[in-house]
Structures are given as structure tokens and as C-alpha cells.
Design a protein around this ligand. Structure first.
Ligand code: SF4
Ligand code: SF4
Length: 636
């Protein structure tokens, strides 16, 4: 049984994202919709895994905006719902986010924003607490995985109390930390999953006349939340001291650890903030009335700090307030960083009663390893085929615009086929714009999931506005980078049900592209197809390419499960001339060079049998070394 399904009173070890899923189920959600993105993915992944037991409708939507709309529609019909996304995903959903604050909800609606301080897996580390201010939606911020479980339930209560959406902001450290969690309630068996949509035009139709009235109501709700909210969103620990530390979210966990380790816990008032936006006013006023000096500790931007300073000014407090003078503005906080900040703030340091582990030292040191495409990844072959055919067709200095996914790693040598990467679906719009202003050929490379997410409007625009970029969809039939979630081209839903399979080539053909589909495992055949396609492009046709082969990780997993033997390649040292063509052009991690002979050797345990290296070798020195199953190719 999945630990998320355990009964009340049991203690289960849950990851922060699983804890959010469990809390939401206890709160009685009937619908969850999301687009996968690290560090948020496991929330809806967990809900999908247990959907049939919890009677919850769960979907992977094509992007965050659609996910938001789907979940919000349930909430305006009186059905509790949740949507989840990584921080940059909220940018995609920002439009409906703003409107949802005006119209409000009829049942609890929580938007999970999983932020990524430290850029662990993201293009930026934006602090999504700001979205709370611009949308006037409160932001709840747990301090640990255990609190994520508790506060998601509080977020639903708050949402229903005010008929308003609520953002629960997690960060990578909370989303991906495991903690034992004592389950407080059972998941309800009976839930109100049948909605009823009331045709209240002046609430749901945001024409200016209606929106103006709703804005006044929104500001009233906003003020009420600020004035009426206190515990459990703000807690004053050890009240009455002249020295105060205010800490929000994960920063509170670091502060409490530092104070505990340095023996300062009974000498300082600590204000634990779990609602940074809007900061509840009364407890802050109370603390500022007696405090002499205050340090605000929070990760990334000075969101709580600025509000504390404003409240202080408004009530004429004489407390001296510090924050980003001492607390880093970028990157994740750590116990050491918080210790350093508190130390500077106090002007004297309590003895550090622990040894900071800092970076773990190993002997010999671990060499830096840049991220690489997996052995057998079809993108490697696609890039090789693309570059070879462009070269043969006479195109020089090609510009490759890129996108977000495993294939972004194509920016590295030897491929160098991703020269831009800004946001989901950006390859095509950027490619189109470049094609209007440069002479070189522009190839816009997008993954399949990204194509459905935000690429389709780009290809429509490319045709409509007569751009000359060539879209290339690298289709492995799954959202590979976030852990193999399905999408509209997969043929199954989040819960594994069979569904319509919408192929990128059908969409591309429908909007006006002559579309060529290749199998990157068949290198020679694919090069010939693309050369033909490029000749058509030279004649003025709009062409698009779909390169389709499954993610190598999925193929290897299926091969293990079904006992299908994949080919394994071997270098024949007699035939090998050590020319290094295979190593330099394929850059496969399964190919290692023997330092004595300079000849490559294939690590058989890593080889996925894609055969790219064998196609490259001019001396036919790389050959299959085993007897693969007759049906092995079907797995790709
Ligand atoms: S996970 Fe799949 S798609 Fe991503 S690099 Fe590995 S093989 Fe390629
Ligand atoms: S391409 Fe062939 S000959 Fe050249 S190093 Fe690789 S295996 Fe040896």
C-alpha cells in the first residue's frame, strides 16, 4: 500500500511533496491538475498513483495555465481542488491567477508553487511570494516537510473562509526532504465531488464593469486576511525580548537550529512566519512595540522584511530592523549562512558548537561531471543526423534555437545544437524572430511535451507570419526530464487509462507544414530523408521534422521487465584505428578511451544498443557482440 494511504494515527515517512498530497487528500480534494516540473512533480504524481483509491480526478495537463483553469473550474463549482507547478510554471498561469483573485472560489482552491532557490533544476530562482502581492492572493509557506502536510490543510481552510484562492509556496528543500509524519486525520471516503455552476454573470464574467466592483471586494478580503490572521500562520516564541528574529518558511528551521546549537534560544524572541504575504499585522505590531532590534531571515527576496519595515514606520516603532544587510539575497540558505547572519546581527558570536560540514571531502576528489545525455538517448542520434544532413545539403553556420528538456544538453560539444533556451516553447518563437532578421538557416528544436505545452502557438505563428525557421520535434512520447509523465502524444493518462494519441506530425501537417518523420535509430535512412526535406525547404516549402524514438531509460526498463535482450556493441581492437570519430561525434558515456592504446572500449553495462557509434565508425570496427531478441526494435 502506498504510504500516503496510511490511516490516522500512523507515522509514515513522507517526502514534502507526498506530504502535500496527503494533506490535500485529507482536506477532501476531488480534482488535481498540473504540468510536471521539478521540484513540484511528485505532488500530482503521488495523487495519480492513489487516485483510484481516493476517488480523485487527477490529470497531467498540457501546461500550467490549462492545469490552473481545470482545477479552478472545479473550485468555482463548489468542488475542492488543487493545482501544482514549479515556480516558472506560475508565470505561464499568471493570467488566470490574477483573474481568479477577482472572482474567488466556492470551495477550497490551493495553488502549489514549488520554488527553486539555488537553481537546482531551473533557469532562474524567482521568488514566487511576489505573485501573492500582485494577485492579492495570500501565500502560505511551510518550514519543513511535516509542516507542508499541516499547512496545505490550513490553506484549504483559509481559502474556504474567505472564498479566495490561496498559494502554498514550497521550496526544493521542503519538497524533496523526507520526514516522519504523524497522520492527524483519515482521507475522507465521502466527498463533495459533484459541482454545481451558478450562472452569476457579474462574478464570473470579468468585463470592466464587473471587474471594478470585484476589485473593491478583493481589497476588502485582502485587508481582512491581513488584520484577522494570526496563529497558526504567525507564532511568537519566547515573547517579550528586546532582540527579535523573524523567520519565514524554511529559514525558520535554520534559525531554530542555529539558536539551539549556540544556546541562544531563551535569549531571543523568534517570530515564526508561515504566511509571508500578506504578513499578518497584529502579531508583528505586538513584537515591534517592545523590540529594540529585529533581524528578518528569509530565503531570496526581502518580502517579509519590507512589510515589517512598513508596519514599523506606520506605528512609529523605534525598533532597528535588519535583513538583507546580513542575510544572503541569492541562493538557498543554510545553517552556516544563518549562523553568520545572526552572528553579525548580534555583534558578537556565541561559540559555534558544531563543525560545519561544508563540502564533503573525498579522496581522490570526485571529478566535476557536467550533465550528459544518457547512453542510448535518441537525442544524440537526432543531433548527429540533423547536423550531417544539414551539412550535406550545404547549410553552413546554422542557428539552432532550443527549449527546456533533456535535449537542452545539446548545447554541449560535440552537438552545439541548442544556442538559446529561455522558456517552455520558446525555441519556435525565438527561431521565427531570428529567421526574420538573419541570413543563416534557423532550426528550432523542441521536445514533444514542450511542443504540446507551448510550442503549438509558435508553429501556428511561424506559418501565419511566413517565418523561415524549421521546427524539429524530438519526440520520445513522454515527458522524460521530469520522470516520464504522459502527455497528449503518449496514448495514456496520468492514471494509466488509454486515451487519444495526438501526434505532433498531425498537428504540424494541419497548420501547413510538409512534415517528415524519422527514426533516429536508423541513421542512414534518416539522413537521406532529411536531405530530401531540405531540398523541399530550398524550393520555398514550409517543412517540419519529427524525430521519434522512446527515451532510452524507458526502453531499458521495459527490456529488463519483459526479458527482451537489447543489442550490446563492442569495439573490435583489430579493426579500430583509434581515429576517435565515434567518441568525438557521439560523445556517449558508454564509450571510454583506453589511455594506452587510445582506442575506445564500450562499457557493456551502460550500452543501450542504440547503434549510433557503429553507424559513425568508418572502419566498421563497432559491432553487435551478443544475440539480441528478434523483437528488440519494437521497444524503441
Ligand atoms: S532521460 Fe531519456 S530523453 Fe532524457 S537524456 Fe536520458 S535517455 Fe535521453
Ligand atoms: S570510429 Fe571506429 S575506428 Fe574510430 S575510434 Fe571509434 S571504433 Fe575505432
Amino acid at each position: 500500500m502506498h504510504p500516503v494511504l496510511a490511516r490516522k494515527g500512523e507515522t509514515v515517512l513522507l517526502m514534502g511533496n507526498e506530504a502535500i498530497a496527503r494533506g490535500a487528500l485529507e482536506a477532501g480534494i476531488c480534482l488535481a491538475a498540473a504540468y510536471p516540473g521539478t521540484p513540484s512533480t511528485e505532488i500530482v504524481e503521488t495523487l495519480a498513483e492513489v487516485a483510484q483509491y481516493t476517488k480523485t480526478y487527477v490529470e497531467w495537463s498540457v501546461n500550467e495555465k490549462v492545469a490552473f483553469e481545470t482545477a479552478y473550474a472545479a473550485a468555482i463549482s463548489g468542488v475542492r481542488s488543487l493545482t501544482a507547478m514549479k515556480h516558472v510554471g506560475l508565470n505561464v498561469a499568471a493570467d488566470i491567477l490574477m483573474s481568479s483573485a477577482y472572482a474567488g472560489v466556492k470551495a477550497g482552491f490551493v495553488i502549489i508553487s514549488a520554488d527553486d532557490p539555488g537553481h537546482h533544476s531551473s533557469q532562474n530562482e524567482q521568488d514566487n511570494r511576489w505573485y501573492g502581492f500582485i494577485s492579492h492572493i495570500p501565500v502560505i509557506e511551510p518550514s519543513s516537510a511535516r509542516e507542508a502536510y499541516f499547512y496545505v490543510k490550513e490553506a484549504f481552510k483559509l481559502s474556504e473562509r474567505y472564498g479566495h484562492p490561496v498559494i502554498l509556496r514550497s521550496t526544493t528543500r521542503i519538497s524533496h526532504t523526507r520526514q516522519p509524519i504523524l497522520l492527524e486525520e483519515d482521507i475522507p471516503i465521502e466527498k463533495a465531488c459533484k459541482g454545481s455552476f451558478e450562472r452569476v454573470i457579474e462574478r464570473w464574467v470579468l468585463v470592466p464593469g464587473h471587474a471594478r466592483k470585484l476589485k473593491s471586494k478583493l481589497m476588502e478580503i485582502w485587508r481582512k486576511i491581513q488584520m484577522e490572521t494570526s496563529e497558526p500562520f504567525v507564532k511568537i516564541i519566547n515573547p517579550g525580548m528586546k532582540t527579535v528574529v523573524i523567520a519565514s518558511g524554511i529559514a525558520y528551521s535554520h534559525v531554530s537550529e542555529v539558536l539551539n546549537l549556540t544556546g541562544l534560544d531563551d535569549k531571543i524572541t523568534v517570530v515564526k512566519v508561515n504566511m509571508p504575504v500578506p504578513l499578518p499585522r497584529k502579531p508583528i505590531e505586538e513584537v515591534l512595540s517592545t523590540a529594540e532590534k529585529v533581524l528578518v531571515v528569509e530565503e531570496l527576496d526581502p518580502i517579509v522584511e519590507d512589510q515589517v519595515k512598513r508596519i514599523s514606520l506606520e506605528i512609529g516603532s523605534t525598533s532597528k530592523i535588519f535583513g538583507k544587510e546580513y542575510v544572503p539575497l541569492n541562493d538557498e540558505l543554510s545553517v552556516q549562512a544563518v549562523y553568520d547572519a545572526i552572528c553579525k546581527f548580534l555583534g558578537s558570536c556565541s561559540p559555534q558548537r558544531w563543525e560545519s560540514i561544508g563540502d564533503i571531502k573525498t579522496d581522490p576528489p570526485i571529478p566535476p561531471r557536467p550533465p550528459v545525455l544518457c547512453p542510448g538517448c535518441p537525442h544524440r542520434s537526432s543531433y548527429y543526423i540533423l547536423k550531417t544532413s544539414l551539412n550535406r545539403a550545404g547549410f553552413r553556420n546554422v542557428i539552432y534555437t532550443g527549449d527546456i528538456g533533456c535535449y537542452t544538453l545539446g548545447y554541449q560539444k560535440p552537438f552545439e545544437t541548442q544556442m538559446t533556451s529561455f522558456e517552455m516553447g520558446g525555441a519556435i518563437g525565438i527561431g521565427h524572430g531570428l529567421s526574420k532578421v538573419v541570413d543563416e538557416l534557423v532550426i528550432a528544436i523542441v521536445g514533444d511535451s514542450t511542443f504540446y505545452h507551448a510550442g503549438i502557438p509558435g508553429v501556428v505563428n511561424l506559418v501565419f507570419n511566413k517565418g523561415r525557421a524549421i521546427p524539429v520535434v524530438l519526440d520520445n512520447s513522454v515527458t522524460a526530464m521530469t520522470g516520464h509523465q504522459p502527455h497528449p502524444g503518449s496514448g495514456y493518462t496520468a492514471t494509466g487509462e488509454a486515451t487519444a494519441k495526438i501526434l505532433p506530425e498531425d498537428v504540424l501537417k494541419a497548420v501547413g507544414f510538409e512534415t517528415y518523420v524519422i527514426n533516429p535509430l536508423r541513421v542512414k535512412e534518416s539522413v537521406a530523408t532529411l536531405q530530401k526535406a531540405l531540398e523541399e525547404f530550398k524550393k520555398g516549402k514550409n517543412i517540419a521534422i519529427v524525430s521519434r524514438a522512446r527515451c532510452a531509460l524507458e526502453v531499458m526498463r521495459d527490456a529488463r521487465r519483459s526479458r527482451v535482450v537489447l543489442p550490446v556493441y563492442r569495439v573490435d581492437p583489430e579493426k579500430c584505428t583509434a581515429c576517435q570519430a565515434c567518441v568525438n561525434l557521439a560523445a556517449c558515456p558508454a564509450l571510454v578511451v583506453d589511455p594506452n592504446t587510445r582506442k575506445p572500449v564500450i562499457v557493456e553495462d551502460l550500452c543501450a544498443g542504440c547503434g549510433l557509434c557503429a553507424s559513425i565508425c568508418p572502419y566498421k570496427a563497432i559491432q553487435v557482440s551478443n544475440t539480441p531478441s528478434s523483437e528488440w526494435e519494437k521497444l524503441w
